[in-house]
Design a protein around this ligand. Structure first.
Ligand SMILES: [Zn+2]
Length: 222
């Protein structure tokens, strides 16, 4: 059997630690179904797991992840659209109240776009996918920015662009307009552990739980 040993070990830890704590919750969720109030659209990056960052329990987050947390615009063309399908289910069936687009620092997809990276395969799927963030890139001036700062601005703009794309879905746009569904942009600093949230009025990302973050980094590590 070549199933990764790391996963078997991790499952063993889950059985001995988390499952006993969550067993009644799993039972209830199995009987009543899931009713998460929050949908997260995040990046596939292995360092940015929404369940880890938000310390989520089973049934709390409805998550869709893809390269660079992109929401493609509404396109009822009969083709297969993964994010649209997840939105349809999250909003239409689960009736989530919040949609969070979670971006992050050092995003490989954004970097590939910024550097116009060579295709990794003849299909150039990343290249074609990342073209969806072109409207975001158009809003970011490169002049005067260091390469690192430019990437950060692009990562922020890409989150805002995904939020804008949510508004291209007519039914969802109405729910957002009425306040039935609220949308949020968030940005996770992989190295710093800092979470900031988009303030739509100013267009700036502002740290949340800043005191707790400062405490976590001041606390002795031993
Ligand atoms: Zn990423």
């Amino acid at each position: 059997m070549d199933f990764p040993q790391r996963l078997i070990d991790g499952y063993g830890a889950f059985l001995s630690e988390r499952l006993p704590r969550e067993q009644s919750r799993f039972h209830a969720l199995a009987e009543t179904g899931q009713r998460p109030e929050i949908m997260v659209i995040g990046c596939s990056d292995s360092r940015v797991s929404p369940e880890v960052i938000f310390d989520a329990r089973p049934g709390e987050l409805f998550v869709v992840r893809n390269v660079a947390n992109i929401v493609p615009p509404f396109a009822p063309d009969g083709q297969a659209h993964g994010v649209s399908a997840a939105l349809e289910f999250g909003v239409g069936a689960l009736k989530v109240k919040h949609i969070v687009v979670l971006g992050h620092a050092q995003c490989g997809g954004v970097k590939a776009f910024a550097e116009n990276a060579e295709p990794l395969s003849p299909g150039d799927f990343i290249g074609n996918w990342m073209k969806l963030m072109a409207p975001a890139a158009d809003k970011v001036l490169r002049t005067g920015l260091s390469p690192a700062d430019y990437l950060t601005r692009l990562e922020w703009a890409n989150i805002a662009n995904s939020l804008d794309s949510l508004l291209t879905f007519p039914g969802l746009a109405k729910l957002i307009e009425h306040g039935t569904v609220r949308t949020h942009g968030a940005y996770f600093g992989v190295a710093t552990g800092e979470l900031s949230v988009l303030d739509k009025a100013s267009g700036q990302f502002r740290p949340v739980a800043a005191e707790a973050h400062a405490r976590a980094f001041q606390a002795p590590r031993f």
